[in-house]
Design a protein around this ligand. Sequence first.
Ligand code: ADP
Ligand code: ADP
Ligand code: MG
Ligand code: MG
Length: 537
Amino acid sequence: CGICVKRCPFAAINIIGLPGELTEDKIIHSYGKNRFRLYGLITPRDGVVGILGPNGVGKSTILSILSGITTPNLNNLDEEPKYETVIKRFSGTELQTYFEKLSKKEIIPIHKPQYIDALPKVVKGTVGELLKKVDEKRMFNEIIEVLELNNLLDRSFDQLSGGELQRVAIAAASLREGDIYYYDEPSSWLDVRQRFNAAKIIRKIAENKKVVAVEHDLIVLDYLSDNIHIMYGIPSAYGVVTHPRATRTGINTYLDGFLREENIRVRKSPIVFEKRPPINYTNRPELLNYSKVSKTLGNFNLTVEGGTIHKGEVVGILGPNGIGKTTFAKILAGIIKPDNGTVSAKEVKISYKPQYIATDFDGTVRDLLMSVANINTSFYKSEIIKPLSLEKIMDFEVKNLSGGELQRVAIASCLSMDADIYLIDEPSAFLDVEQRLVVSRTIRRMADEKEGAMFVIDHDILFQDYISDRFIVFSGEAGKIGKGSAPLDKRSGANKFLKEMNITFRRDAETGRPRVNKEGSQRDQYQKEIGEYYYTE
Ligand code: ADP
Ligand code: ADP
Ligand code: MG
Ligand code: MG
């Protein structure tokens, strides 16, 4: 593409069109000769500025620069980077003032980093002690309540799950008094309710402070942001920041795949949210019949209503963390025997992608995929390898894969098996926005073409809305009681789930994608009044 390596094999996939205006003087930061280069930067502004883009194009680098952790080197690799030079470079723009103040410590940036797993190693004491210590805003009680941290206050950091740690990290950042707040991927590991509660806190901070947030869950990003910057590029090679767009048009542009002003295509074809007619079950063969099942594990008690699953359908499973979704998947997969109830009268073959993926496979990605399917068919190449971008990592050792790579390989491996039922537990975890869109399309296509049916557990509602024909909704009390519904038609299921979340949806007029109504807006009030939380048309 003329920017990185001369004949870049990925240019045709990622970028169609020539970002020819990307000249060296536009580089804001480079990690070294022939290493990643960042073109452009964002200007923080009032409200929430969202950043939308695939992994590896410099989103975290931007937050690191703006929060003063990294001093941008402007591609001058021979000298130590200095703010003086940076200030000169941005002369006459708002960023000049920003870096002047940042260098004199007249701006206090607060940063919730993307990677929070190091926190337990550096923070001593209990969750409550830390949060009390950083409570400069005197909002301890409010934030603890909204982020549901009350029963974690006495815990030490090494006893927290991913989702718990995330909420503590968001609380710690939000309690501090600063001038500008940076939240890097706040919804990772959180369930739907927790995502919206975190978003509410972030929006509250933005009432009188500037906020920048990186987010891959498009419904959360949409709800959270006032403006967004789309980023594009070639992962690990370079990333480009585009001008700010109003959130709605920005997300629609991204889904469309073509950035008109920049003349850049980020995807070959648009993602369209079609209104799918409800499945006519009468002429579809039954695949799986299960009765009401129950299971007790320690103090946790699970009951799920029975159901019948048909060929070609995708059943989305929705519900909070800790409420038995994975346990139900394991019961269906035959890994856990239910105390009461039976799963199937006849033999069905199950392909299962667990939530927590084991990395103990000895060999390469190619070895792994070859052990489950014939990967040399054109169908396999076009439906799995290509959309999941596995070409580049085919010869990597499975043990050395990153979270997102491992997830894509696990999804590919699950979908490759010849089975009647595919059980896919939290496929969107660790995936970036683009991979989520691609995976959802792959899952939907495979369901339409295969003889099998699918159960998909996931917290990304845009993803679920796109792939699912019906929903099973879980509710109860985390760690104590879980109740799963029978498979419900899409509207009843979504309605039941959204009612528990207390959010209402509308359809975007242009793309058909789901959008969350503003709490208390006329539409929100009306939909709640008539009990229609999902879009009604
Ligand atoms: P994103 O947040 O969009 O996923 P990052 O800003 O984390 O992207 O990283 C962009 C690219 O820069 C990555 O592909 C990575 O290869 C490279 N990179 C990030 N941090 C460093 C570093 N400290 N040293 C060298 N390269 C880095
Ligand atoms: P979800 O997938 O909805 O987040 P899980 O099915 O993983 O929930 O777990 C539901 C509850 O069951 C959790 O509180 C978990 O701690 C508990 N649990 C899961 N497996 C076991 C087990 N083997 N022994 C005791 N408790 C368990
Ligand atoms: Mg990042
Ligand atoms: Mg689970």
